[in-house]
Write a protein that binds this ligand. Structure first.
Ligand code: MOS
Length: 774
């Protein structure tokens, strides 16, 4: 019904000239019918289902971290450093303190006690090597816009004004922020990728060779919601902290250790998140500042960063990628070489897997990879959607396109020629890999066979038309998680786990899986998450929450079913007397035999007869460590660009992303995940770039007016295909996760399309119009 209404509205608006009719084509066509009932049983899993938290979000009922109120709430505003490296010689807060309404100005000199050792400052997601940054700890400045003071006032505007009056005297040192200028000072980090054969010699001996460098600039997550925390003073040194985070328990442990508190002194909550994309995996500095302010004032404090201050947080590291491919004349690979040089901070070694993806995708007897880091005066880089893969696969898939050109081969035919059925890093097969089907279904939907191979050979009016494709790959990770299920005799269940829902739809898929597992209508299931006191969960990241938490729900539901069967067996004249837990399932509020059509026993009756009105089970689900198979998700991306020949204006007019990611739990939220990721890929290809003034180490476009991201006008037709990929090995549900795969390869597909349109190969992102017309 909703769908029809929406389409009618769009059509009416188009007729009235209110909108461009091309948005009609862009409206996603979603199957609206739930999966066909199986043996009279309705399945929520798989069905396209609207977010259960949607109404709360669109009506404003959903509260974000900086929206929670408290009695006598005070406000903190951060004073940040204009210098990039050096020391604070002195801070004069006297003028700020004289402003009516100002309560205090915290600095490294007068703040409450903070832990004095690296171990205490290492959160769950901190890099293994290094000494984590400590906010407001001492007089050292290690990155631009570093917080140096916190002005606390009765009102946010007063705090902000008073912050402008804080005078800080700095001793400035020379800073370095330019990766390209410092690349010679790199050092190698260990990666889990063993070399094969003699890659150097094989490359030299190959009849067809391609070697080039690809450059990705520093990128920022730029979530809509600013980082903010409300630390509610509960008396006696105890705090309830509402925080914007992807991991409430990570933040809780971190706050307890850096503030030297007992674990029951601090409670962290974050029911909603307005975008994270990896920036909220590690605790951010404002949460420590809010807590410090609250402890100092002994009252509740809220701290929110400005958009500018968000550019002093972790980011996707600037990376230079060198790919060298040696092939035989038939297109088979002989030598696969991938080296990355990425930035890190002066104090922590952050790196991800940029260079190992080729060993998953393409068969080559000889291979070599290396990952190097360069220390710069920047905050430690952070995970950002598909960390390592978004960058590394951009380079790899651009290089494969260039190799196809050198071979005079169709780019898709080259991928199929080199297709690998095993993970050559470890020489193991996959639990499932339907990448061939991604290529086939994506190509068919796009119309790839109509492509003319020559660059500049397709045109439409004043525009050059280009078609490009690329491959995407990511890991199917899964982590231990604990789920508690409380089932009431009235047929309502509450599912709790400390995971976050960072906007991906976790609330909804949890409810779908639980409703199926407990045989209840979805409306009878409520979800509790985003609270550090709930059963343990890993941070929401790495695309692992769907598999981790949903399998944990099924696991705990198994205990609920066993308990219900135990109660049912004790009922007089029970028809389930001889049944075992494996014989029965929960359907439509009943315990029934899987085989046979007996009506079974009403769950409510079983509970009542056992005088149980609330049944509670909590269980940790672990995944067996598997050395025998690789676990990955894959995609094939096809992109069309249209480029104004004179002006160089690039439009990404069509993208088809065909994804194989195991079982899809919710077609609607899954579709949104991939569509949003493709939009990110468009931004990565055409817009996103952090611009530094390297003399000062300061970001010049620290705002979302000048740091460009795609807007509606940049987004045209995006088609998402989910390739059917049953996987009986990976986990009970066959779920692999979707958070990251959608962006991987998109920038390469677009860059390859731009080459096809123009004959101009641009290897440094973003591909702006000045580079296209140059
Ligand atoms: Mo994702 S970059 O692990 O939030």
């Amino acid at each position: 019904m909703l769908k029809i209404t929406r389409r009618r509205l769009l059509q009416t608006a188009a007729v009235l000239g209110l909108i461009d009719t091309s948005t009609l084509a862009a409206a996603p066509a979603l199957p609206e019918t739930p999966r066909a009932p199986k043996e009279g049983r309705r399945s929520y899993v798989g069905a396209p289902t609207s977010r259960i938290d949607g109404p709360a979000k669109v009506t404003g009922a959903a509260k974000y971290a900086a929206e929670f109120g408290a009695a006598e709430l005070a406000f903190g505003f951060v004073v940040d450093s204009p210098i990039t490296k050096g020391r604070i010689k002195g801070i004069d807060a006297s003028a700020a303190l004289q402003v009516p309404g100002v309560l205090d100005v915290l600095t490294h000199k007068n703040r409450p006690r903070l832990a004095d050792n690296d171990k205490a400052w290492k959160d769950d997601v901190a890099p293994e090597k290094g000494s984590p940054y400590r906010v407001l700890y001492d007089d050292r400045i290690v990155f631009n816009r570093q917080p140096v003071a916190l002005v606390l006032a009765e009102d946010g505007d007063i705090a902000r004004f008073a912050a402008s009056l804080v005078l800080v005297d700095y001793e400035k040192e020379e800073n370095i922020t330019d990766l390209e200028a410092e690349r010679a000072n790199s050092f190698k980090v260990e990666k889990d990728q063993r070399p094969r054969g003699n890659a150097q010699k094989a490359f030299a001996d190959s009849p067809i060779r391609h070697e080039a460098e690809y450059v990705i600039p520093t990128e920022y997550h730029n979530p809509m919601e600013l980082y903010g925390s409300t630390a509610v003073w509960e008396g006696d040194g105890k705090l309830a902290v509402y925080d914007k985070t992807q991991g409430v328990q990570n933040v809780q442990r971190y706050l307890c250790s850096v503030l030297e508190k007992n674990s029951d002194d601090i409670h962290v909550l974050g029911p909603f998140m307005g975008g994270g994309f990896g920036s909220g995996l590690r605790p951010q500095h404002q949460v420590v500042l809010a807590a410090l302010g609250a402890l100092k004032l002994q009252r509740s404090v809220r701290v929110v960063f400005t958009r500018q201050q968000m550019y002093a947080l972790g980011h996707r590291p600037a990376t230079i990628e060198r790919v060298a491919l040696g092939a035989n004349a038939d297109g088979s690979l002989n030598s696969l070489n991938h080296e990355a040089i990425a930035e890190t901070s002066q104090f922590e070694d952050f790196s991800r897997n940029d260079t190992g993806w080729g060993n998953l995708l393409y068969t080559s007897p000889n291979a070599y990879s290396a990952h190097k880091l360069v220390r710069l005066d920047v905050p430690t880089p952070a995970d950002m959607r598909a960390p390592g893969a978004a960058t590394g696969v951009y380079a790899l898939e651009s290089a494969m396109d260039e190799l196809a050109v050198a071979l005079k081969m169709d780019p898709l035919a080259l991928r199929l020629k080199c297709y690998s059925d095993s993970d050559q890093n470890r020489d193991v097969p996959y639990t499932s890999k339907r990448l061939r089907e991604c290529y086939q279904q994506g190509a068919a939907a796009f119309g790839w066979e109509k492509r003319s191979s020559e660059p500049r050979s397709m045109r439409e009016g004043t525009e050059l038309v280009g078609w490009g494709m690329a491959t995407g790959v990511w890991e199917a990770l899964q982590m231990p998680a604990t789920v508690r299920i409380a089932l009431a005799a009235d047929g309502y269940a509450e599912i709790s786990c400390a995971t976050s829902d960072i906007g991906t739809g976790t609330y909804t898929i949890m409810a779908q899986v639980a409703a199926d597992a407990l045989g209840l209508p979805m409306e009878n299931v409520s979800i509790k998450l985003g609270d550090s006191t709930l059963p343990q969960s890993p941070v929401e990241g790495g695309s692992w929450i769907a598999a981790s938490v949903c399998n944990a729900i099924v696991n705990t539901a198994g205990d609920v079913r066993e308990e219900l069967l135990r109660l049912a067996k004790r009922m007089p004249g029970s028809t389930l007397m001889d049944a075992t837990a494996d014989d029965v399932t929960l359907v439509n509020g009943r315990i029934v035999r899987i085989k046979g059509l007996e009506r079974g026993v009403l769950i409510a009756d079983a509970m009542r007869s056992g005088t149980v009105d609330r049944l509670e089970k909590e269980k940790t689900n672990e995944f067996a460590k598997r050395d025998t198979h690789a676990q990955n998700v894959h995609s094939a991306i096809f992109a069309e660009v249209k480029i104004d020949e004179q002006l160089g204006i690039i439009r990404v007019t069509r993208v088809v992303n065909a994804v194989a990611a195991g079982r899809i739990l919710n077609l609607k939220t899954a579709h949104s995940q991939i569509m949003g990721s493709v939009v990110w890929g468009i931004g990565m290809a055409l817009h996103e770039e952090t611009l530094y003034d390297h003399r000062f180490g300061r970001i010049m476009n620290a705002n979302i007016a000048e740091y460009h991201v795609p807007v509606n006008a940049d987004v045209h037709d995006i088609k998402v295909i989910f390739v059917d990929e049953p996987d009986g090995l990976i986990n009970r549900l066959g779920v692999k996760g979707l958070g990251e795969i959608g962006i991987v390869g998109v920038a390469a597909a677009i860059a390859n399309a731009i080459y096809h349109a123009t004959g101009n190969r641009i290897r440094d992102l973003p591909i702006t119009l000045d580079k296209v017309v140059a």
